[in-house]
Structures are given as structure tokens and as C-alpha cells.
Design a protein around this ligand. Structure first.
Ligand SMILES: Nc1nc(O)c(N)c(N[C@@H]2O[C@H](COP(=O)(O)O)[C@@H](O)[C@H]2O)n1
Length: 150
């Protein structure tokens, strides 16, 4: 049976959301959530990226990242999938309990049940691309072949 997740506080799989409060160290800095990192990379190398890094909540980070008052980096569409992969992979490398939970999902399909997101999630009608779920399944496969991390 597919496993759906969306809001970060929802048990047992809400921690698969990028909004879950599991920080990561990447590019020489600490990021309170994957969402902080992902949104900041839209403006990498500018002071606005650090403003997003220190946002109080992942929701605030997302709002800042979605604001178009600051110019989005021109290659964003080309690099966003790789950036997301790097950040989510780091999250599951770093947090042992999350890694165990991800591996415990076995071969089940993972679906981000985000009603308004047809790219990272499945959208309100299930027709979305579910890129985040696909990426989690890819990371699950990578981790399962690394006995030192299982
Ligand atoms: N919790 C939550 N609320 C939303 O409104 C969402 N769209 C998502 N999905 C996550 O949003 C991030 C990408 O957002 P943008 O591409 O910058 O709009 C990504 O982390 C999705 O997993 N989640």
C-alpha cells in the first residue's frame, strides 16, 4: 500500500516532509530543515539566501523562497532536482532514526500528498509528478545497499 505523507508533525511518516525539523549541514553551513536549504538555493551566493537560512520556521523559509521580489537564479529549473536530492540525501545520512524509518518502508511507494504541488507532490487529484516521493525511494534504495548505514 502506498505511504502518503504531507505535514511534518503527522505520525508516523510526516518526518519525510522537507518541513520536518531535522537539520542538515551542507555547503559549510547549518540549515534548520531541508526546506530552508532548498529555498535558499534559489538565491545562492546572495545575502537573501542567508536570510532564508535563518528564517524561524520552514513555512517562513518557503514563503521567502517563493517571493519573486528577489530574482530567481537563472538556472533554477535545471538544477533544482539535483539540489533537492543532495539535501534530502544528507538528511537521511545524518539522522539515524529517520534512516531506519525510511528503510522500514520496504518497497512501498512513497507519495507526498501535497494538494497544491503537482511537481514535488501528487497534487489534489493524484496526477502530480511526486518528485519528492520518487527521490525518497531512490535514496531508500541507495541506503539499503550500504550496510554500514543500515
Ligand atoms: N508542506 C508543504 N506545503 C506546500 O504548500 C508545498 N508545496 C509542499 N511541498 C514542498 O514544497 C517545496 C517546494 O516548493 P516550491 O517548489 O518552492 O514551491 C518542496 O519542499 C516540496 O516538497 N509542502
Amino acid at each position: 500500500m502506498p505511504i502518503y505523507f504531507y505535514t511534518a508533525h503527522e505520525e508516523p511518516h510526516g518526518c519525510f516532509s522537507n518541513f520536518s525539523r531535522h537539520g542538515i549541514d551542507l555547503d559549510g553551513a547549518w540549515w534548520p530543515t531541508v526546506e530552508h536549504y532548498f529555498q535558499a538555493q534559489k538565491f545562492a551566493g546572495t545575502p537573501y539566501a542567508n536570510k532564508i537560512r535563518i528564517a524561524f520556521t520552514p513555512k517562513q523559509a518557503a514563503d521567502l523562497g517563493r517571493s519573486r521580489q528577489h530574482p530567481l537564479r537563472p538556472d533554477w529549473e535545471q538544477v533544482k532536482d539535483e539540489i533537492m536530492l543532495k539535501a534530502v540525501r544528507r538528511k537521511f545520512e545524518l539522522h539515524t532514526q529517520l534512516r531506519k524509518l525510511l528503510l522500514a518502508t520496504g518497497a512501498e511507494e512513497l507519495i507526498e500528498n501535497a494538494p497544491s504541488d503537482y511537481y514535488w507532490g501528487c497534487g489534489s487529484d493524484g496526477s502530480g509528478q511526486n518528485k519528492l516521493g520518487q527521490l525518497l525511494m531512490r535514496i531508500r534504495m541507495e541506503l539499503s545497499s550500504l550496510p554500514s548505514l543500515t
